[in-house]
Design a binder for this molecule. Structure first.
Ligand code: G5P
Ligand code: MG
Length: 225
């Protein structure tokens, strides 16, 4: 142990389970660098990169992008932050992706947000996002200070193309088929920690307490739950 200063974590959960919301709280409280595969892909779409143009229709329809594409994108982003503690959100989503990650880095903890699908369906139709930063709002849960505008930049908020009810159903089905096996993968490695509930504010204190225990002393919590 002694020398280990870097903490590597993954946050999992169905679409809309609150990964983005909880990740920003973790980043703020524990100083982990938050890397979201979906935010990275949407930034590529927004900037009209070759990758973004290629993947746009896939993502809008709620389908997973190919394993090799996303694995390359994430692993190359991680290469730039080797000495930093990080939290991956949205990756890995298939066993093949988990194996690709495993071949380069050991994951210390996997936080699994377990939220009923009915709760998720209700949330996603009222989600608004600020694309450049990935900041997420919800009309009922955490509305922006001014309707339709990002709190920090004042720029307009948009709804994601993949948040329509039909596309949400498809994403939830894909999650069951392709991503639940990843939970088994991490459970068998002994690093999976599941947090169940219908409200992020009730789940969060448990996640905070768990990470306070897990993260090596030199990176103790700098914020409060
Ligand atoms: P993403 O971007 O990874 P998803 O589908 O995994 O997308 P998503 O939709 O971003 O996950 P989330 O981050 O889990 O959901 O949830 P969130 O945004 O924090 O919360 C959802 C909403 O609920 C928000 O409006 C929030 O404010 C609100 N909320 C939170 N807590 C509460 C609460 O307690 N109460 C209430 N009322 N509301 C709350 O991936 C997108 C696409 O990119 C591709 C795929 O095409 C994917 O579909 N992709 C990949 N493809 C292949 N492999 C990968 N690894 C890929 N990664 C991305
Ligand atoms: Mg998200």
């Amino acid at each position: 142990m002694g020398l280990q200063t870097v903490f590597r974590a993954v946050i999992m959960g169905a679409p809309g389970s609150g990964k983005g919301t909880v990740s920003s709280r973790i980043a703020q409280s524990f100083g982990l660098k938050h890397l979201s595969s979906g935010d990275l892909l949407r930034a590529n779409i927004e900037a009209k990169t070759d990758l973004g143009l290629l993947m746009k229709s896939c993502i809008d329809q709620g389908q997973l992008v190919p394993d090799d594409v996303i694995s390359r994108l994430i692993l190359s982003s991680l290469r730039g932050i080797e000495q930093t503690s990080w939290l991956l959100d949205g990756f890995p989503r298939t066993v093949a992706q988990a194996e690709a990650l495993d071949s380069v880095y050991d994951v210390d903890s996997v936080i699994n947000l377990d939220v009923p699908f009915q709760t998720i369906r209700e949330r996603l139709t009222s989600r608004w996002v600020h694309l450049p930063s990935g900041r997420v709002y919800n009309i009922d849960f955490n509305p922006p200070k001014k309707p339709g505008l990002d709190d920090v930049t004042g720029e307009p908020l948009v709804q994601r193309d993949d948040d329509s009810p039909e596309t949400v159903s498809r994403r939830l089905k894909d999650y069951e088929r392709q991503t639940q096996p990843v939970l088994e993968y991490y459970r068998s490695k002994g690093v999976l920690e599941t947090f169940s509930g219908t409200e992020t504010n009730k789940i969060w204190p448990h996640v905070h307490a768990f990470l306070t225990r897990k993260i090596p002393g030199n990176q103790q919590a700098i914020g409060k739950a």
